[in-house]
Design a protein around this ligand. Structure first.
Ligand code: ZN
Length: 160
């Protein structure tokens, strides 16, 4: 069986950046499952993993255009500190969430003082070349319900 549209893929992956720093790894944790062909993973990874078989190990290099995009300097901006609760504990690198026209957006706090907070709306991996080391553990056809929903259903991890 090969990875293609409508297949549910179970895999382990390790993600490193250009400095060879590990960003994420599932190898010591639960494997990652996704439904192929529904945009559930970044396009560059979805393209490069297509056709792989069970047990296959592969390396995928994903450039920003096919990953999380380039960093947008316009997405970094300053807001007034009083937009946060006075007793809110701010920390560099923490994520804050805000309702916008496009739904809930996440921002990283990159700086703050008593009057201002700098927020970065870029994805933390924007502008990074991403290196995936992948081991394909299982491939199965998606159920009709999964195809209809556009995502995997498994165990207790049924999110909508
Ligand atoms: Zn569902």
């Amino acid at each position: 069986m090969n990875i293609g549209p409508g297949m549910v893929v179970t895999m382990h992956y390790e993600l490193t950046d250009d400095n060879n720093d590990e960003l994420e790894s599932t190898f010591d944790a639960e494997p990652f499952l996704y439904l192929h062909g529904h945009g559930n993973i970044i396009p560059g990874l979805e393209q490069q993993i297509e056709g792989a078989t069970i047990g296959q190990k592969l390396h995928a290099t994903v450039y920003p255009a096919q990953g999380y995009g380039d960093r947008d300097p316009q997405a970094v901006f300053e807001v007034s500190r009083d937009q946060f609760d006075a007793d809110a504990e701010l920390e560099i690198g923490m994520m804050v969430y805000q309702e916008t026209d496009q739904g809930t957006q996440s921002f990283t706090v990159t700086a703050y003082d008593e009057n201002h907070v700098t927020l970065d709306g870029n994805h933390p991996y924007a502008g990074h070349v991403l290196h995936f080391d992948i081991e394909v553990l299982d491939i199965r056809p998606a159920t009709a319900e999964e195809l209809e929903h556009g995502h995997v259903h498994h165990g207790d991890h049924h999110h909508h």
